[in-house]
Ligand binder design. Structure first.
Ligand code: IPE
Ligand code: IPE
Ligand code: MG
Length: 242
């Protein structure tokens, strides 16, 4: 399918970027080399998203569980985040990309948080594509922080009691860190693993899933196109009869 004939393009496509370590090991290199090459794949996906008119591209870059990895790998990954942001931001901004980081930012370093704030401020007005990096994120953490925020609001605003009692699932959405962002239409996981690893639990309720064997550093434009093709063939029924 060419860009012109791609009928159903997802509004929000999300990537569980897995397999960097195995990719590096296959080449007899350090795991960090795989993470480094993985940044190139993110760039390819950004370019493709702009070409196909995908409005939201999100990537799972570091989970809450990933803090349990050896310290040198965590340090290398965080250093790579700072470097990649500094290197890519001008070009992202030039191409109309709004950049966001979502997750438990309290666990990130001062330096990284400062870089994130600068990049988010610089690109806040852009509208062509929103690129979301999930960093120090987990689905259960997100739901819990949302519930805590809501509990505080309930205590502080007893007059809103009825509003809370009548609240539907859409009302709860606005307490999640993804408030205002449409749920992912398609979630792709690379490297042959078929699990969600505590990613967008609430938000993936009706997402389409695609599990591919390709390791993340090999996931470039051709793989992105194939993912869109797979999505275009899906029939989303949302529990209804069609
Ligand atoms: C994905 O690649 C990147 C992160 C989870 C940070 P991995 O580092 O998980 O690579 P594998 O799965 O060990 O090959
Ligand atoms: C999932 O990858 C998290 C990210 C891609 C950031 P992992 O490699 O951490 O997942 P598990 O441990 O294999 O489930
Ligand atoms: Mg992995």
């Amino acid at each position: 399918m060419s860009i012109e004939t791609m009928t159903k393009v997802p509004v929000h496509i999300s990537m569980i970027m897995d397999g960097n370590g195995r990719w590096a090991k296959e080449r007899g290199k350090e795991r960090a080399y795989g993470h480094f090459e993985g940044v190139e794949s993110v760039r390819a996906c950004v370019e493709s998203s702009l070409e196909y008119g995908v409005k939201y591209l999100s990537v799972f870059a570091f989970s809450e569980e990933n803090w349990n990895r050896p310290e040198d790998e965590v340090v290398a990954l965080m250093g790579l985040m700072v470097k990649a942001m500094a290197a890519e931001m001008e070009s992202l901004n030039r191409n109309g990309v709004r950049f966001m980081v979502l997750g438990n930012r309290a666990r990130l370093s001062y330096e990284l948080n400062a870089e994130i704030d600068a990049c988010m401020d610089m690109t806040a007005h852009n509208e062509a594509l929103t690129l979301i990096v999930f960093l120090s994120y987990s689905g259960k953490w997100d739901i819990l922080q949302a519930a805590k925020k809501m509990a505080v609001e309930m205590v502080e605003h007893p007059e809103k009691r009825e509003e809370f009692e009548n609240m539907g699932t859409d009302g709860f959405d606005r307490y999640l860190v993804t408030a205002g962002i449409p749920d992912p239409d398609l979630i792709v996981r690379t490297s042959g693993e078929s699990r969600i690893s505590n990613y967008l639990l609430w938000q993936s309720a009706y997402s389409e899933f695609l599990f591919v064997d390709t390791l993340w550093p090999d996931f470039r434009k051709e793989e992105f196109r194939k993912a869109l093709e797979s999505y275009a063939k899906r029939d989303r029924r949302y529990g209804k009869v069609k």
